[in-house]
Design a protein around this ligand. Structure first.
Ligand SMILES: *Cc1c(COP(=O)(O)O)cnc(C)c1O
Length: 437
């Protein structure tokens, strides 16, 4: 099939996500035929290095033979069965494995189909917990400024991105935000830890005043992805955990983007030495293969629902809850973490990346060059108001898939990126930003 044919048919029949479709009158879609490792290939055999892991989901490369094999094996056994009243080996094995890996105490896994549904589940569970525990007034939530937790209506109520929210204001619960510890906003010369703790003081003031109505505080630990890879000091999370404990508010750690080794530890919360009340996983959990999300929670939460009364139970469901194929992809992903000593290898990869990227860090147009685990980001001072769009298009010409957010360029590559590929990624990016200077 020819490229242009697929383009026209896609724009006619497919309504693409996060897209003003009219833009595709001038900006072509990229039809992808196949993927292998960090590379995507179009129908003409042109290649693109997937520096954003296809919206932050891919961990071990496209069409990974080991994950492929696990899914194929599962296909021959059981593709799906409902999870109410039934169970199966992959969902049990995955829940047990995650319980072993996650911060201690998160022993119960509830399954959803995507990131936003995990947020919905956690918000509902939190409010229902307080209702079951004789605190029916705790029905509101707080999030950080510039937070992103998904785009269904409940998740949007804790997402602080005007562009995604404004049109639906009438449908969305009004929840408050507290100041983000985003290190870019520290005073000149201020230590990022001091700044984080200063931000936590505002959280404390807020909780003092409003805790009787607050069910939960939801955060993206260490890195606020959609805020433009805003990174912050773990001291904020440690302090937030203390304050949530003190004021009887749940702490929800949305690790949908930052979990699964992305920040250098398996879970970002580990760097703050805390256990949240809810831990949300999705995106990388299946290695970027299949939609799946998981809400992990504690015995305390679980037991508040355990009752002879039906209505005290958590009656939420999705048709594909705990899909066996997705669970097998997740198990194969965890197998790779164990077999390949991924977290240690990523440290070496990140060290190498940081050495090579010093050329970017020192570029006169680059501001706030930052790194956390396997995420890199910087702001670029460009004379072009449409920098993000230009950078995206120019990157494709340079065989890169980059997707800047405003003036923020970031790299979130699959963990299997090689030294040669890092050289290529950084070298091409330098050329691109030179052109856009
Ligand atoms: C992507 C993302 C979500 C939403 O996940 P979807 O699968 O896109 O619904 C929620 N929270 C964070 C931090 C994310 O990065």
């Amino acid at each position: 099939m020819h490229n242009t044919d697929l383009l026209a048919r896609s724009c006619s029949a497919v309504w693409h996500p996060c897209t003003q479709m009219k833009r595709h009158e001038t900006l072509p879609l990229l039809p992808v035929q196949r993927g292998s490792g960090v590379w995507l290939y179009d129908f003409e055999g042109k290649r693109y290095l997937d520096a954003v892991s296809s919206w932050w989901v891919n961990l071990f490369g496209h069409s990974n033979p080991r994950i492929n094999a696990a899914i194929i094996d599962q296909l021959g056994k059981l593709e799906h069965v409902m999870l109410a009243g039934f169970t199966h080996e992959p969902v049990v094995a995955l829940s047990e494995r995650l319980r072993e890996l996650a911060p201690a105490g998160l022993g119960h896994c509830f399954y959803g189909s995507d990131g936003a549904s995990a947020t919905e589940i956690a918000l509902k569970m939190s409010v229902h917990y307080w209702r079951n525990s004789e605190h029916p007034d705790k029905t509101r939530f707080i999030s950080l400024q510039n937070s992103y937790h998904g785009e269904t209506l409940g998740a949007l109520s804790v997402t602080d991105v005007a562009l995604f929210k404004t049109a639906y204001a009438a449908l969305i619960l009004q929840n408050d935000t507290v100041v983000s510890p985003d290190s870019r906003n520290a005073e000149a010369g201020e230590d990022t830890r001091d700044f984080a703790l200063r931000c936590a003081e505002q959280l404390e003031t807020y909780l003092q005043r409003h805790h009787t109505q607050i069910a939960a505080f939801i955060i993206e630990p260490l890195v606020q992805g959609a805020a433009g890879m805003a990174m912050y000091h773990p001291a904020y999370i440690t302090r937030a955990r203390e304050l949530c404990e003190q004021y009887q508010v749940h702490l929800i750690a949305d690790e949908i983007a930052v979990g699964m080794g992305r920040t250098g530890t398996m879970f970002a919360c580990e760097q703050a030495h805390i256990v949240p009340d809810f831990l949300l996983l999705s995106k990388g959990i299946t290695g970027g293969y299949l939609p799946l999300s998981i809400v992990m929670t504690t015995d305390v939460v679980y037991e508040a629902f355990y009752s002879d009364e039906m209505a005290r139970g958590f009656l939420h469901s999705h048709s594909y809850t705990g899909n066996p194929l997705a669970c097998r992809a997740a198990l194969a992903t965890l197998d790779i973490f164990a077999a390949d000593d991924v977290l240690n290898n990523n440290r070496a990869t990140a060290d190498y990346f940081n050495r090579i990227a010093s050329s970017l860090r020192e570029h006169p147009g680059v501001r706030n060059f930052r790194n956390c685990g396997m995420i890199w980001a910087f702001e670029f001072v460009s004379p072009h108001a449409d920098f993000a769009q230009r950078c995206f298009s120019l990157a494709l010409e340079h065989e890169l898939l980059l997707r800047p957010m405003g003036s923020t360029v970031y790299f979130m590559p699959p963990y299997v990126i090689s030294k040669d590929e890092i050289d290529f990624l950084v070298g091409q990016t330098l050329q691109i930003i030179d052109t856009l200077s």
